[in-house]
Design a protein around this ligand. Structure first.
Ligand code: OFO
Length: 163
């Protein structure tokens, strides 16, 4: 069974992952409203990933003979000033999630909860990938930040995202 503290912290993270999904759906809505359907598709796929992350925590908590608890989710923003600022917000959000995952690993080590530490390793690698892929999109946008045709090419490229 998980310790009380570990359960509380894993539970918070489960709810943060659901919020991440909400945030990406807010971003998808913004891009779709602006007719950037490739960016919107990329955000849809990202939201699905986040809901999968949340479910990994949900299932893991049960596997450890504990019960997850649902929190109310904050309303995500739904408008940004540009594609660049939308992706910058996503990157800042992911950095915060990375810090939370690192804190969880620290707690697992302090508690000598090796199973939770092993469970969290997948998230450590996932955060490296997520930050890198968002950073790459920001770099592409920044190659010609004021060019609509450049943004159009990135939009077409992101429409190809499969998973
Ligand atoms: Fe974006 O990786 Fe989960 O939150």
């Amino acid at each position: 069974m998980l310790s009380k503290k570990m359960l509380e912290e894993l539970n918070k993270q489960m709810n943060r992952e659901f919020y991440s999904g909400y945030l990406y759906m807010g971003l998808a809505t913004y891009f779709r409203k602006e007719n950037w359907n490739g960016f919107a598709h990329w955000m849809d796929m990202q939201a699905k990933e986040e809901f999968d992350h949340a479910m990994k925590f949900y299932q893991y908590i049960f596997e450890r003979d504990s019960v997850p608890e649902w929190d109310a989710l904050e309303k995500p923003p739904s408008s940004w000033s540009s594609a660049l600022s939308a992706f910058e917000v996503a990157l800042e959000h992911e950095k915060k999630i990375t810090a939370h995952i690192n804190d969880l690993v620290k707690l697992a080590r302090e508690e000598e909860d090796y199973a939770t530490e092993a469970f969290l390793q997948w998230f450590i690698s996932e955060q490296v990938e997520e930050e890198a892929s968002i950073r790459e999109i920001i770099q592409h946008i920044n190659q010609a930040p004021d060019s609509a045709s450049h943004l159009f090419l990135i939009d077409r490229h992101l429409a190809q995202r499969k998973e």
